[in-house]
Design a binder for this molecule. Structure first.
Ligand code: FES
Ligand code: FE
Length: 443
């Protein structure tokens, strides 16, 4: 308990004790109090086109079967047979009316109801009430702008309430085009040595790493040498530990209008978005941020000057232990774009952020080094610096939010700041401490 009170004190002062990154007890609490209580991303509606379409996903350690039933509703179940617990569906995606267990052959329909038992009448006779043995349902499944989330806590606040101000930014990235977005192919996934908090933070809160970690992009002349290159724009603190960086070019505007999207798409954007949303969309070169606890996104352009293509990626950092994550990455693109644009966008995404992407490799190495250096005795006494809320370069003694920023949230006038990281860790601690205070009261 004392250890946890120490975290509270440090986080309030703008530090993070290093040991919490890889501590096993902290990890167990995170499973119980964060991953079993918050909204976790499952997939996008474009992945489930027809009734019977399914994909298999994970919510932390729980395997999930996500499918569209006969009525066209999206349902999520624990992907486990109710007879002996065998994993029911072993495919990544497909379309089936019935899922049959490979062990003894029980079968389930798209509503998760048990509909067939091998030799059922002879073995179980009348005593068996099949309606009691359907698949276990994920207690809450809700979506916003096509993004499907699940929550293991029946009493959780609604997804929309949880996303809060983030919905406004999701509308720009996901709701700007008629027909919405679609996922290209299947999500890529791989395992990395890393802690989920640090990978989330890297996307949601840390444009400061860009010019050092991704130095190769500078050397190849893909990005400018300016050390402040990724700092221009605003870092915005949102509710419930979420955050976004609205990165602009040095002028404070986007390098190209609407992230360089084809001009014939513009009237559609102007129809679907508000004046303030269009203003932010005009300024941005990259959106990078995330939804607490473990969903991140990046909307950017890849390619060389005059040959650039926009892409949007969403990624889940699924914890596999304090020092391991399974990374899932979805490429998304506006349905309304021409086929050729979509293909070029996908290729650009794979070259940079696919499993073997150049920028991906840079980040992965640093994440591994963080966990390697945080597990020893000495790291238990160390505090890490989350103190950059003062920006001398910009002439502020104490950085004040920019009240002129057109979007919701608390917007700071640079992306090289620790405001979102601190907010994430404070929310993380609030959820962890809730548990500890209950325990301390003996209940
Ligand atoms: Fe599935 Fe027996 S474990 S039918
Ligand atoms: Fe990076």
């Amino acid at each position: 308990m004392e250890d946890f009170l120490q975290i509270k004190e440090k986080v309030a002062e703008g530090y993070l004790p290093q040991w919490v990154i890889t501590d096993q007890e902290v990890y167990s609490l995170e499973q119980e109090k964060i991953f079993a209580k918050t909204w976790l991303f499952l997939g996008h509606e474009s992945e489930l086109k027809e009734s019977g379409s399914f994909v298999t996903r994970m919510m932390a350690d729980d395997p999930i079967l996500l499918m569209k039933n006969k009525q066209g509703e999206i349902k999520a179940f624990l992907n486990s047979c109710t007879h002996r617990g065998t994993k029911l569906c072993t495919e990544d995606f497909g379309n089936k009316k019935t899922h049959t267990c490979p062990y003894h052959g029980w079968s389930y329909n798209t509503n998760g109801e048990l509909i067939g038992i091998v030799a059922g009448n002879k073995i179980y006779g009348e005593s068996m009430d099949k309606s009691e043995w359907g698949l276990r349902t994920v207690p809450r499944v809700e979506s916003y702008q096509g993004m499907i989330f699940g929550n293991l806590d029946q009493n959780a606040i609604s997804l929309e309430e949880y996303l809060g101000e983030m919905k406004w930014y999701f509308d720009i990235m996901l709701g700007r085009s008629d027909g919405g977005m679609e996922v290209t192919g299947v999500p890529q996934r791989w395992i990395a040595k890393a802690n989920w908090k640090m990978t989330s933070e890297n996307f949601n809160a840390d444009p400061y790493h860009v010019q050092t970690t991704h130095r190769s992009a500078v050397e190849m002349k893909l990005t400018p040498t300016d050390p402040l290159y990724a700092s221009y724009g605003h870092q915005v603190v949102l509710s419930n530990g979420h955050g976004i960086n609205v990165i602009t070019s040095a002028t404070g505007r986007g390098a190209n209008q609407y992230q360089g999207m084809p001009e014939d798409m513009w009237p559609m954007f102007e129809k679907n978005l508000s004046k303030d949303q269009l203003e932010v969309f005009s300024r941005v070169t990259n959106f990078v941020g995330g939804v607490f606890p473990n969903l991140s996104f990046l909307s950017s352009q890849s390619g060389t000057e005059g040959n650039k293509y926009n892409h949007l990626q969403f990624r889940v950092w699924r914890p596999l232990g304090p020092d391991k994550v399974e990374i899932w990455v979805w490429h998304m693109i506006d349905k309304a774009l021409p086929k050729e644009y979509k293909e070029k966008s996908y290729r650009g995404f794979l070259a940079t952020f696919g499993a073997a992407g150049t920028l991906e490799q840079d980040d992965t190495e640093n994440w591994a080094r963080i966990v390697e250096a945080s597990q020893g005795r000495m790291a238990r006494d160390r505090k890490l610096n989350y103190n950059n809320v003062v920006n001398y370069l910009m002439g502020f003694d104490n950085m004040e939010p920019d009240s002129e920023f057109p979007g919701p949230g608390i917007a700071y006038p640079t992306c090289y700041t620790d405001h979102v990281a601190r907010s994430m860790h404070k929310y993380w601690l609030e959820l962890i401490m809730k548990n500890l205070e209950v325990k301390a009261n003996g209940s």
